[in-house]
Design a protein around this ligand. Structure first.
Ligand code: CO8
Length: 273
């Protein structure tokens, strides 16, 4: 028998760092594109592995201060987990391989993540967008958790994050009926940071990322963590966490620089220390 090397699969994600804007490279900003447009960027296990690895690599790079995640093409951010791959899973294979534990690694990324959503963000795609810290949506975007129509339910945070974002009444309707929600409805209910014309989705997300990338890095990391804790802690514990993070930032060179620059009426030069 002749050994034939399998044809290597092309990468499912594309990383550009620094990302390119209309005026050239954007300092500190990375653009990560989910790149399976023929299947509406369905999130199969390989893509999720590549995505988590790429996000962790960028997160370890101090030059990277904000990451925009988007989907290739104009039809979808991601239309969910890859249904063909899910169709052959068993409880034992899911438990043994535990691919979904990677989702928790995305949550541990300290660099701000901005989802730039054009078209469908469904099932795992909606869950990925909600795992990001900010969400910019094109006006034609559609969000939903249609898993119920496949005989299952959300499995990567949909019942928890959607409920926290838009409240029980709306979340229950979306999860139990599988209907989609427009970008306008998602914005009205607090899921979306900003809705823009479809063609401006990525530029608007990059602009937001550039603004964040220009802020003092340690304060950004601490502030992101504190806002995310608001979803997990009671008010008293959350306020305590916020106060301690605030005190801690007084140990940074950037705090001294920020306040000195204000009093000297000049632009601060952040060091990330
Ligand atoms: N998985 C695999 N392939 C998909 C997916 C998907 N989720 N979505 C679309 N595709 C494929 C289609 O099969 C089709 O491929 P082909 O041309 O080979 O037939 C191609 O993408 C284009 O799609 P359509 O022809 O269906 O395009 P339409 O415009 O007619 O419809 C829809 C667009 C409405 C988005 C439709 O494709 C659809 O309903 N997709 C499935 C949406 C869905 O049910 N998502 C939830 C999946 S389950 C899930 O996400 C569970 C999450 C659990 C944890 C997640 C961890 C990763």
């Amino acid at each position: 028998m002749i050994d034939v090397d399998p044809v290597p699969r092309p990468p499912s994600i594309l990383v550009v760092f620094p990302a390119t804007g209309t005026a050239g490279p954007i300092d500190g900003v990375a653009l990560v594109t989910l790149d399976r447009p023929k299947v509406l960027n369905a999130l199969d296990f390989t893509l999720i592995a590549e995505l988590t690895d790429a996000l962790e690599t960028l997160d370890r790079d101090p030059a990277c201060r904000a990451i925009v995640i988007t989907g290739a093409g104009d039809r979808a951010f991601a239309a969910g987990a890859d249904i063909r791959e899910l169709a052959v899973q068993t409880p034992a294979s899911l438990l043994a391989d535990d691919h979904f534990h990677r989702w928790e690694r995305i949550k541990r990324v300290r660099t701000p993540l901005i989802a730039a959503v054009r078209g469908f963000a469904l099932g795992g795609g909606c869950e990925l967008a909600m795992t990001c810290d900010l969400l910019v949506a094109g006006e034609g975007a559609q969000f939903g958790q249609p898993e119920i129509r496949l005989g299952v339910m959300p499995g990567a945070g949909g019942t928890q994050r959607l409920t926290r974002a838009i409240g029980k009444a709306k979340a229950m309707e979306l999860v139990l009926t599988g209907r989609t929600m427009s970008a306008g409805e998602a914005e009205a209910h607090g899921l979306v940071t900003r809705v823009v014309p479809d063609d401006e989705t990525i530029p608007a997300a990059l602009e937001l990322a550039a603004t964040i990338a220009a802020m003092p890095p340690l304060a950004v990391i601490a502030a992101k963590e504190a806002v995310n804790r608001a979803e997990e802690l009671g008010l008293e514990a959350g306020l305590e966490f916020e106060r301690r993070s605030f005190y801690l930032l007084f140990a940074t060179e950037d705090r001294r620089e920020g306040m000195a620059a204000f009093t000297q009426k000049r632009k601060p030069a952040w060091k990330g220390r």
